[in-house]
Design a binder for this molecule. Structure first.
Ligand code: CA
Length: 239
């Protein structure tokens, strides 16, 4: 079965190029030029990845992403004309997996699609298109320490509960857990987890740490193992 990508983009010329690039790499591609139609399609049809323009005529792409995230963990890439860090950070904070700034090369976009899908396929804890996490649905796993990492299955348990993590969250947390109490600088985390990003993108690390803290806190709000070392970086407590 072909991998399906949903493209929501109002500029036909851009959409044509992206659709052509996706189809020539054997993806099934669906295109909608307004947010409402794209959202409706997504609610009725499982797709493997969403490419979402931020500037749509009927709804802001960030707002649409928030709506999608209420019921789906589907991987999502934003397209935007605005190359401001604030936009990128907002995009990641609301749960995008990547960000492509216009003008972009459709082939580069398709390469990113492939990277994200590969990571996603390895992540057995967040199957493509699965509903967003609820603690009730999270499978339990036995562990004697606070964390239990299974790199092969890309699964991390905290206090016997499986964490529902994006690829970047998994990358940061598993790296910190590989050497408890060692302080990793932002640059080190960046290089290890976002190797395909060419520009400096330090706030992505901070954003991911913030998201991880919230996920750990949701399981146990009595302590916070992620430690900030001001001006240096982050570490995780040995627990
Ligand atoms: Ca647009």
């Amino acid at each position: 079965m072909k991998t399906t990508v949903l493209l929501i983009e109002d500029e036909a010329a851009i959409a044509d190029n992206v659709l052509y690039a996706l189809r020539s790499e054997n993806f099934e591609a669906q295109w909608f030029n307004v947010g409402a139609a794209g959202l409706e399609y997504l609610q009725q049809n499982p797709v493997d990845l969403v490419i979402l323009d931020v500037g749509l005529p009927d709804i802001n792409g960030f707002e649409l992403c928030k709506q999608i995230r209420q019921y789906s963990n589907v991987p999502l890439i934003f397209l935007t004309a605005r190359d401001s860090e604030i936009d990128r950070v907002v995009g990641l904070e609301i749960g995008a997996d990547d960000y492509v700034v216009k003008p972009f090369s459709p082939r580069e976009l398709v390469a990113r699609v492939k990277v994200i899908l590969r990571r996603q396929q390895m992540d057995t804890q967040a199957p493509i298109g699965s509903p967003t996490s609820t603690n009730n649905a999270a499978p339990s796993c036995a562990a004697s320490s606070a964390f239990n990492v299974d790199i092969d299955k890309r699964k991390i348990c905290y206090r016997n509960q499986a964490l529902q993590l994006t690829a970047y969250q998994f990358g940061v947390l598993s790296l910190l857990l590989s050497q408890p109490e060692r302080v990793f600088s932002r640059e080190q985390l960046m290089d290890a987890v976002w190797p395909d990003h060419q520009e400096s993108f330090d706030r992505a690390v901070d954003t991911t740490i913030k998201q991880l803290r919230a996920k750990l806190k949701a399981i146990d709000d009595t302590e916070q193992p992620l430690v900030t070392h001001r001006g240096i970086g982050y570490s995780i407590d040995n627990c």
